[in-house]
Write a protein that binds this ligand. Structure first.
Ligand code: ATP
Ligand code: MG
Length: 405
């Protein structure tokens, strides 16, 4: 089903000819998934006057709790999907492991973005890497391992030391094993229950960065500045975006590659493309996320529109304008670890001390239980200069017991 839509905020009349049947009742926008990304999408949609509906099985889901409607069913439940489609004018998704067939079903009834085909590629590292190759964007040397024969063949491809990653359902470094030699590779594949995997060569990284872009149904594309990211134990810890944080040529290269990847997917929505910069100065793409991304959270406070505003715009078919960063920014990811002191006792982080620092913006996701490694929120720091932002962010990190960067 092809949908040509402009689902305007503030009412139901989408064309001049239908003005006689105008109703000021807000349209509802649906989202598959109720995590923090869904919550921030819901906030952005509501700011523009839309009602929202969330489908997520969890009664306590961060987005479900702040949405007008929450369908508490499984992502593949036909009744739940029917109800979501019935009340939503258009539907988006907030996590990449939402089953692609469910998006296909919804797309028979309503505009859905990003589309199931693009999401399906992002869900499968083998398909994702094949897409990079097709677009002419270099990625780490790799081999697909789905059988013992393929594993044996991979041993002659100079991919060790490497990282064995499950092809599907990986996130935050889950489903990954670092392997040094062939015995370790065999053991790792067994440990991962012999599921389809990708073996990637371990690359000497000098830094990591990402690009977030938005692409409309008409192919129009806009992008945020390139983010510089620091990961700890496979999880994003710090994002920095300010003048001089990355060489200009590298930024250009990353943006050009990200745009080619989106174009090749005929992508609609907000897309994040993650890159590695290697010690020899070359750049390779790591992976894509078919949704807003935590490396884009600084846009909430440092840009004239956030990644979630752009997700709303692409979904409803509103015009896209190139976002402008108005303040240097640093984002600190707040994992549940911050709720524990050095002795392992639970404590409330000292928000008063953090918020006494100028230019700090606290975002908590409304999760009821803090667990180590769980994303609980983030702290954005904005200021007049990169130096000021770095000073404040380092003070905030020290108060919260986070490592300096
Ligand atoms: P997320 O979904 O949080 O982005 P993920 O589970 O999909 O994570 P990756 O992005 O594949 O995992 O890897 C997590 C981190 O591990 C990377 O950000 C990087 O720091 C490191 N890493 C992954 N692949 C390689 C590689 N080939 N060489 C060196 N480091 C790597
Ligand atoms: Mg990643």
């Amino acid at each position: 089903m092809t949908h040509s839509v402009c689902l305007l905020p503030g009412g139901r009349a989408a064309t001049a000819s239908s003005s006689s049947s105008f109703s000021a009742e807000p349209l509802t926008l649906g989202v598959m998934g109720g995590g923090q990304l869904g919550r921030m999408f819901v906030h952005a949609a509501q700011t523009m006057g839309y009602f929202t509906a969330v489908l997520d099985p969890d009664a306590q889901s961060p987005a479900g709790r702040v949405s007008h409607r929450h369908f508490q069913t499984d992502y593949t439940d036909p009744e739940g999907l029917k109800q979501l489609a019935a009340c939503s004018a258009a539907i988006t998704t907030e996590f990449e492991n939402v089953p692609a067939p469910a998006l296909r079903e919804l797309a028979k009834l309503r505009p859905v973005s990003p589309g199931a085909d693009a999401v399906a590629i992002a869900q499968d590292r083998a398909a994702e890497k094949a897409h990079f190759v097709k677009c002419g964007v270099p990625c780490a040397p790799y081999a697909v391992i789905e059988s013992a024969d393929q594993l044996a063949a991979a041993l002659s491809q100079n991919l060790l030391p490497g990282i064995l990653k499950t092809a599907r359902m990986g996130y935050d470094g889950q489903g990954q094993v670092r392997v040094k030699n062939s015995a370790a590779l065999r053991a790792a594949w067994q440990e991962l229950k012999n599921v389809p995997c990708v073996l990637e060569k371990m690359l000497p990284l000098s830094l990591e960065c990402s690009v977030i872009l938005a692409r409309g149904r008409d192919g129009q594309m806009v992008n945020f500045p390139v983010q510089r990211n620091l990961h700890r134990e496979g999880i994003l810890a710090v994002t920095e975006v300010y003048e001089g944080h990355l060489p200009e040529a590298l930024q250009q290269q990353a943006v050009t590659a990200a745009r080619a990847i989106a174009e090749g997917l005929n992508y609609v929505g907000v897309l994040c493309v993650e890159f590695f910069l290697l010690q020899d100065g070359s750049m390779v793409v790591n992976e894509i996320a078919p949704r807003p991304h935590n490396s884009g959270h600084y846009t909430l406070d440092a840009c004239d529109q956030s990644q979630f505003n752009l997700q709303v715009r692409t979904l409803v078919g509103l015009p896209l304008t190139q976002p402008r960063q108005h303040s240097p920014a640093i984002m600190l990811n707040l994992l549940g670890d911050v709720w524990f002191d050095a002795k392992g006792e639970m404590r409330l982080p000292d928000w008063s001390a953090v918020l006494a620092l100028p230019g700090t913006h606290l975002h908590l996701y409304g999760k009821t239980e803090a667990r180590k490694g769980r994303k609980m929120g983030h702290l954005n720091v904005t200021g007049a200069s990169a130096q000021e932002v770095r000073d404040v962010a380092l003070k905030a990190a020290a108060i919260l017991g986070l490592e300096a960067f």
